[in-house]
Write a protein that binds this ligand. Sequence first.
Ligand code: SF4
Length: 468
Amino acid sequence: MPGREFCGVVGVSLPGKGAAPFLFRGLRALQHRGQESAGIATSSHGKLYTRKGMGLVHDVFNQESLEGLRGTVGIGHVRYSTTGTSDLENAQPLALMLRDEEAALAHNGDIVNFERIKKRLQAQGVEFLGNADSETMGAMISLEYSRTRDLESAIRRARAELVGGYAVVLVVGTKLVAFRDPLGIRPLVVGQLEGGHCVASESVAIELMGGKLLREVAPGEVLIFDRSGNIHSATSGANGSTAHCMFEWVYFSRPDSVVEGHPVYEVRRRIGERLAKEGPVEADLVVPVPDSARPQALGFSAASGIQYAEGLIKNRFVERTFILPDQKRREAEVRVKLHPVPGLLKDKRVVLLDDSIVRGTTLREIVGMVRNAGASKVDVRIGCPPIVAPCYFGVDMKDRKELVAHGRTEEEVAKVIGADSVHYLSLAGLVESIGLAQERLCLGCLTARYPVEVPQEHQRFQKSLAEF
Ligand code: SF4
């Protein structure tokens, strides 16, 4: 259970109906992607209505506040800070002016080179209120829009300079705009609503808004939904290469989502089956770390014949521990969040399944909990290869020193987390379980080879900025 998270975005264009209730439902479906802040911006007759606050979606919005968010078009965001500090100032959507039109922008992901761009813009007299990369992106689009007076080409021109992994929603006047980085690192899907359209980070949000999944927003595609319900699409910067984040299948996305056409639940179950073959172990029970490792544990159990047991019970009313930004809070919360079933694990050899390990601190607590519950042996199986390098595309793991697998063997990791053994899924096992070719995935945090140039990682990049 890693210590990282990023954000979720939704957008709705629904001529003749209020967008806010749909956005609210979409955000609730994406609550797992960020719990620090939530926000919605809608637009009616050129006027922008925004509400955002710290906390969970249902803490920030109620019936009254949703009624105040007028308009048939809007965007929403749930946030965990990856770039920029964790406060309301940086909560999204961000309001901005596009020429004389009120607009708002929200995004998921990180812009790798935003500080360099920000400095250049500041030198040109552009003022910034906060320190989030979304503000830099908004300023770039605004600047280009005042030059070109055409939204699609403003986005295209701004994007030519923005390097990173991002999925963006923008509302301006009566239009909803959605676009994605040229390699499709961060996810974004489009759906059909009765009388309109919606976009979201995950397919589950489309379904919970009452819509039908149409397709992925293509890497590099800009979609503009106008007031009449028409969709304009233009693609730029994409050359057919993709680098979809493997973590969407491993952990981020809900198991009831479908990412790039590959159902997350199925991928996770296959990961478990593969792990049973790659890291066999004699045991009495297969126990998942709930909730994200359940399908993997079921797959492991089916392939190994070892009995599956829900040995750890999750308190559903505690926020997701790893999303909490402070390490000490995270550790204390693990004990509030998980509790072993009394007697079930006593004198049992347990295979503990988890989706991935980042820092290892949470898993160490959990292994200790399983031992204290009487387990005679705890073998840990991880549904992802070792995370050895930082992520620069929107996932909060920036420091190699914090990564437990960095510079350690499986035996050494087992020692750190107090397990009898640790076995990670192989890279080939992961790629084959996802079902996409390796070159279509971002595996940067596993291989330290990144799909775009990262300023601090010059020696490892595969594509130069010039190619991007
Ligand atoms: S570096 Fe890792 S977490 Fe970051 S986008 Fe790539 S695969 Fe995803």
